[in-house]
Write a protein that binds this ligand. Structure first.
Ligand SMILES: [Zn+2]
Length: 301
């Protein structure tokens, strides 16, 4: 997982979203009124929540129109797992879930490459963050496996004790514990990898741990792909170190460019390569990517 730039919101988006969300907004405000009562009627809340969810889904074509904008901004990789898709279309993911809000109780295991088994959940709220359903800043593009099989309506946040329920109201916006490819914190500072392609959290990183569990980033099919990138990057990085020790400009130039290419935003699983570069050379990607410019200007890194 890497950080990337959110696509610019189209100039006509505000007008279009206003038109399209009239029904959703009216139902949402009614729901806000009911939830805000000292003793809300649970049947009425459930009924309004169902109507609201249906009204949101009825406008799904609207957000699907913009999937390509996000997919391109993410260099055509899933915002969570960095996979490229072959024979499948990306989906538009709502970071704050739109229809309900669930807590993960059992992580589950990958079944084949498309399914998950033994994943258990508990409902925090039958209402989702409906007021963010059509919010540009709440969208990203994800593969169907991350979005529909693993992340679903799970949304870990700060300060909500396990087992709690929440009364969702449109003035409520908890701080996520899930890493966001646009907003950060930077996944590079929260995730680690190894030579088997396994992923883990950096010590004491709750962001890393919950993002892995929530999006199923530990799944074996991803580990297999990441292992290939890890070993390739490690090999290049070792050549780089040797070339530096031997002052071999030619090998240094070649291995630098090789590593920069592996770490590039459009390279598959580039988060793994960036991790390897930092671990082996001690140089973060943000600085390492500037090295080829030094070669071009005739200096040494
Ligand atoms: Zn994915």
């Amino acid at each position: 997982m890497i950080l990337c730039g959110r696509p610019a919101q189209p100039s006509d988006f505000k007008d279009r979203v206003f038109e399209i969300t009239m029904t959703v907004r009216a139902l949402g405000e009614e729901l806000d009124g009911e939830v805000g009562k000292s003793s809300p009627d649970p049947t009425r809340v459930q009924d309004l929540a169902s109507q609201l969810s249906a009204a949101i889904e009825a406008e799904s074509k609207f957000w699907q129109t913009y999937t390509g904008d996000f997919w391109n901004a993410q260099e055509r990789k899933c915002g969570f797992c960095e996979s490229r898709l072959i024979g499948a279309a990306p989906q538009l993911e709502h970071f704050y879930p739109k229809s309900s809000w669930d807590e993960l109780q059992a992580q589950g295991i990958e079944w084949g490459t498309q399914r998950v088994r033994k994943r258990a959940q508990r409902r925090i709220s039958p209402i989702g963050f409906w007021w963010l359903a059509f919010n540009w800043d709440n969208w990203l593009a994800a593969c169907g496996v991350c979005n529909s099989r693993w992340k679903k309506c799970f949304f870990p946040v700060q300060g909500l004790a396990p087992g709690h329920t929440a009364r969702l109201h449109s003035s409520y916006r908890p701080e996520p514990l899930l890493l966001n490819p646009f907003d950060g914190p930077d996944p590079e500072t929260h995730l680690v990898y190894d030579d088997l392609g396994a992923i883990g959290p950096r010590p004491e990183s709750p962001y890393g741990e919950v993002t892995i569990r929530t999006c199923g980033l530990h799944r074996p099919s991803l580990a297999k792909e990441r292992k290939r990138i890890y070993l390739h990057a490690k090999h290049q990085a070792e050549i780089w170190i040797r070339a530096l020790e031997q002052m071999n400009d030619l090998a240094l130039s070649g291995s630098t460019q090789g590593l920069v290419d592996l770490c590039a935003p459009d390279a598959p699983y580039s988060g793994v390569a960036r991790y390897v570069v930092y671990e082996v050379t001690g140089i973060p990607y943000s600085e390492f990517r500037e090295i080829p410019r030094t070669f071009r200007s005739g200096g040494t890194p």
